[in-house]
Design a protein around this ligand. Structure first.
Ligand SMILES: [Zn+2]
Ligand SMILES: [Zn+2]
Length: 273
């Protein structure tokens, strides 16, 4: 058996993660979809080339919510390349009103009902609502031939629904936005600090680390920390926090589990799910 035949056919690739832009590829290597287009269309095309993903193999775009760091390049990309766009009805409405997205071709829009699984390219997709102050904010759970992934980004609070959707996946992308101390001592205005730490803002390192440590099982292949704040976090702090929670909960990481933060601007390359 050669090396490649034992790798999973289901892959994830992060092109960008964080408040300066979010964009992920999910699918097979020859055909897949994007979750968010929060980088410019030009940047996206560059990253697709870097990863040997032809643009015409991107068959769909799923949007988590209408904040600019998730939709910046959407209008320009779909102007030249009419890829169907899937999102919650409220998010689609938000796109028609957002400065960067208001001229997006609405004939590409497809409404997603939360908690109603549907299929694209043989991938079963289930969207679920998350508490966040973007319109129609949702996370996504994917299942391709038993390989599972949950993407849970931009979340103010881990409620029951979100926890269950993360818990059922063997591969997890979970927000680890800010270090509490850095946010508290930082220069952000008080109102903004309150918004970030509030129930409709973002998840702190500690909140996501505690939860990951609580639900960890050796079958989990990848834990990827996403949407790290540039000003209120560092990849080192996020990882230290997670390892601390693993220690406190006496978690022994299996040799087959990878745990890492998604880089802000750099691609991860293919992560086999
Ligand atoms: Zn965001
Ligand atoms: Zn957001």
């Amino acid at each position: 058996m050669d090396l490649f035949s034992c790798l999973s056919p289901f892959v994830f690739c992060s092109f960008a993660s964080g408040s300066s832009g979010n964009c992920y590829y999910v699918g097979r290597q020859d055909e897949g979809l994007l979750v968010d287009v929060g980088i410019s269309a030009k940047q996206l095309l560059k990253r697709l080339i870097e990863n040997n993903i032809p643009l015409d193999s991107v068959k769909a775009i799923l949007i988590t919510h209408d904040h600019i760091d998730h939709v910046l390049g959407l209008e320009a990309l779909t102007k030249t390349c009419p890829i169907p766009i899937y999102a919650h009805a409220d998010c689609l409405l938000g796109l028609t009103e957002g400065n960067a997205t208001k001229n997006t071709n609405v004939s590409l829009f497809h409404e997603i009902e939360p908690m109603q699984p549907f299929e694209l390219m043989g991938i079963t997709i289930e969207a679920f609502p998350v508490m966040h102050d973007g319109r129609g904010a949702m996370g996504y759970h994917f299942n391709y031939e038993g390989h599972t992934l949950t993407i849970a980004t931009d979340i103010g609070m881990l409620d029951k629904v979100v926890k269950a959707q993360i818990q059922r996946a063997d591969n997890i992308v979970i927000e680890s936005n800010y270090d509490r101390e850095m946010l508290e001592k930082g220069h952000y205005p008080f109102v903004l600090k309150q918004r970030i730490a509030g129930p409709f803002g973002h998840l702190s390192n500690e909140e996501s680390a505690r939860f990951v440590a609580e639900i960890y099982r050796p079958e989990i292949k990848n834990v990827m920390l996403c949407h790290l704040s540039e000003n209120n976090n560092t990849p080192e702090r996020a990882m230290q926090c997670l390892y601390k929670q693993f220690r406190l909960k006496h978690v022994n990481l299996d040799a087959n589990t990878s745990v890492f933060p998604l880089p802000r601007h750099k691609c991860t390359g293919f992560v086999y799910l």
